[in-house]
Design a protein around this ligand. Sequence first.
Ligand code: NOJ
Length: 750
Amino acid sequence: MSIVTTPEVMAPDATELEARVQELLSRMTLGEKIGQLSQVNGPWAHEGIPEDFAEAIRRGWIGSVLNAVDVERVNEMQRIAVEESRLGIPLLIGRDVIHGFRTIFPIPLGQAASWNPELVREGARIAAREAASTGINWTFAPMVDIGRDPRWGRVAECLGEDPLLASRLGAAMVEGFQGDDLRADDAIVACAKHFAGYGASESGKDYAATFIPERELREVHLPPFKAAVDAGCQTMMASFSDLNGIPATANRYLMTTILRDEWGFDGFVVSDWDSVHQLTVHGLTGSDHESAYEAAMAGVDMEMASRCYIEHLEWLVQDGRVPIERVDEMVSNVLRVKLRSGAFESPYRDPALFPVPGNEEHRASAYESAVQSGVLLQNDASSGRPTLPLDLDALDRIAVIGPLADEPGEQLGTWIFDGDASVSTTPLTSLQEVCAGRCEIEVARGLETTRDRSHDGFPQAVEAAERADVALLFVGEDAILSGEAHCRADISLPGAQAALIEAVAATGTPVVLVVQAGRPLAMESVAGFAQAILYMWHPGCMGGPAIVDPLTGARNPSGKLPITLPRVTGQIPIYYAHRRSGRPPTPESFIYIDDIPPHAEQLSVGNTSFHLDVWYRPLFSFGHGMSYTDFRYEGLRLERDSVEIGEPVRVFCDLVNEGDRRGVEVAQLYIHDQVASVTRPVRELKDFQRVELEPGERRTLEFVLPPEAFAFVGRDQRTRIEPGRISLWVGRDSDATLRVELELTGETRA
Ligand code: NOJ
């Protein structure tokens, strides 16, 4: 429970707030204004605050500090800003609080696999509370870039490949960080990033250029940002990337036309680290002077880390190139957020008033988040009984193999500045606990790290597997293989892990793969060696119990893939909502040469869209995820088969738990607009529900699709809804087969 307070004074209404902004603005010098637009990096190796830094705060030359996490120092900086600067404007203290602060939750992509907005909101709430206890009042999260290229290391930080899923979860994160009242001491300002299109970087390489057609920008990349704005997100971060020839940091169309004019955003935009300066490196400008001009005029209100605004904005104003009105607008945007954040009334933090970061309640939430992020990809039952869950009492010995069974740091994943690996519980520790007195565990690592290529440890691993009833292989990616600037050209299992799996499988002992990774890995070459695969992403500090409980059946997996799992890297980009093509492949249109897949080459009978050397479908589809119970969908029906454009559509479907244990299913609703004036994706997720059912229980699910669910961006790049037939599926994943047809009637609505 939080015992921190909310300022007693009422939140100012909009008019009062604007009056306060204007009043402050009217008293500011140009230097002080530019100060508010400058964010400076603030960690120092030594104690205290360097005098020149303190003096800069005192003079009002710094609006925000990032990466300062020592509460005493932060309070002192705030004291100088509030008590010693002329206008007493508090600082925003920014930090990358991405998936937890001290208590590390699963990476965002893992959290997205829960398809559970409430849980994601709670994770952000806890992260906010822990971060706020050190004086942080602004996080650079959520990252709501759409991730359709898993080579990109930053897919780890995103909320998956789908705009609807990312919108719902991104909005939930914003609500979690900002809380019910942004002025509360345990709320922090959120920042939706990276505006926009960063996820589309060419060849999945960080910072590379993006080329995004207008329709795709508006239908795929922008919706999660809009959802964040609608959820009250106060700040946005401009992307590093070049969008269609204009770097996002200088992209007026994005930051002014869309964000301000269309969406009415009234918070502020911060650049990414050094990205104003980098406009020269892009070759858009020839000097920092021009970079300051371009960024300011395009819509970047605050500059992070580089000094183009500090050094050039005053001069640009004096020369009349940047109107003072524009500077006033930028400063107003920053002040508005500062006023809304409560920092004026309550600039200091006392950690003693906060729950202790990393406490049991927070760890319990991290555990729940990690359990729900786990996706059971396959679970062979050909022997008459599914491989998982393991019946510990029926097993004599378990072999624990692989480089990630006992790696407290690796399981945390990327962006864990403030996490503490020493408090992680690893899968091995948890297994030892639950197996004590029931069955033996034999550990044989096989490989030192996931990147290790040596086979020296194989014999020991193979012998351990030979002696065991089941081999648990903990494989995946070390934390360093994903995250910013950590992209991979080949996203199969790194090092000699595939060979290790093959060697262990050759013993004939059943193999369970537990994968911890920062991205979906291309696992076609190994999936066939495993009887079961549990995909855990980087699960965070509670990875141990969150992995072991599903393995033993103490918990029933319910995660669903938020991103497609390719067979091989060469299939990328591969995502469920693709366009169909004029020559789509079908299962019937192939003959194989040589062998059966995956080792075969295939020939299409009739020319269709496929690769010769890989089956055209992904290894596991978007939305896929199994349970220990069996869910059946039936009775999909519409309230009315024909609906006038502009009216909501009600869809019903019965879900039955046919298995013998309680389980959670994420029921997913997809549509396809059969004929439209622009081609439409083969499927689009339009709604989902998490449903918990007892064995034998049947529930009628109701989905209500708003009229906009059928909207798309037309040839004129404007949103429209056209009459015609819509296919509609409800089911367990994006391959759902239960379908009904809806007729949308009436005139096209533009
Ligand atoms: C660069 C990253 O792109 C951004 O996401 C992060 O918030 C900033 N650095 C600050 O650390």
